[in-house]
Ligand binder design. Structure first.
Ligand code: SF4
Ligand code: SF4
Length: 224
């Protein structure tokens, strides 16, 4: 199997959250009880039982209000800091498709987990206090083994999520950027060299409420 990737094209995202529901269903993750806090974001953050969620941001540009949706999840980094940096880590990058997966047979103390979470530039890993394992998006590697697309991609009807080989995804992203540029001069791919889940942003990457620390990002180097 080739190294796989996903384009997350925010220009086509309707904020329907079908991807969130599909992820919950496939991974049999229970819902959390939440309450309304003035935003449609729900739950308010990634959790051990929520591997993906859609963020909502309101921004003003040129006197117009824009409502920006962004599906958040593990980026399946090409050189994942969560695999390389912590002293003890359950994270492994699969050779067959590039999915970064947390080994569910490895238990961690909370302190060991904190090192794993701290290493991630996007604050993705979460701790399951009951099983003492690390939880996050698996890139549906089990579905991929069965020849299927990730559950979220299958559920997304707007074309916001495009799954393919890295080469196909980057080519599709560049094609879409070229079409969008006339209407959105800031349209661009985000970090296509270093991650497997590549965003296409149209309002500038600082407008989507990303929890991102670029100083933690590792250069694209071969994994030992
Ligand atoms: S986004 Fe974070 S958890 Fe996912 S592969 Fe990269 S470093 Fe690891
Ligand atoms: S299913 Fe697609 S359109 Fe709906 S919120 Fe998720 S990414 Fe956006």
């Amino acid at each position: 199997m080739a190294e796989m990737a996903v384009l997350v094209d925010v220009s086509r995202c309707t904020g329907c959250r079908g991807c969130q529901v599909a992820c919950k269903q496939w991974n049999k993750n229970p819902a959390s009880e939440t309450c309304f806090k003035g935003t449609y974001e729900n739950p308010p953050d990634l959790e051990w039982n929520t591997f993906t969620r859609v963020t909502f941001r309101e921004v003003e540009e040129g006197g117009k209000l824009a409502w920006l949706f962004r599906k958040d999840q593990c980026r399946h980094c090409v050189t994942p800091p969560c695999v390389v940096i912590p002293d003890k880590t359950p994270m492994k990058r699969r050779d067959d498709n590039g999915a970064v997966v947390a080994d569910q047979s490895m238990t961690l103390t909370k302190e060991e987990f904190d090192e794993v979470r701290e290493a991630c530039p996007y604050d993705v890993p979460r701790y399951d206090p009951e099983t003492k394992t690390v939880k996050k998006c698996t890139f549906c590697f089990d579905r991929q083994e069965a020849g299927k697309k990730p559950a979220c991609v299958t559920a997304c009807l707007s074309g916001a999520l495009f799954f393919g080989t890295r080469k196909e995804v980057i080519a599709e992203g560049k094609k879409r950027v070229a079409k969008l540029e006339a209407k959105f001069p800031k349209a661009a791919l985000f970090e296509e060299d270093v991650v497997g889940w590549i965003y296409l942003f149209v309002h500038g990457d600082d407008k989507y409420g990303m929890n991102f620390d670029p100083s933690k990002r590792l250069a694209k180097v071969a994994l030992g």
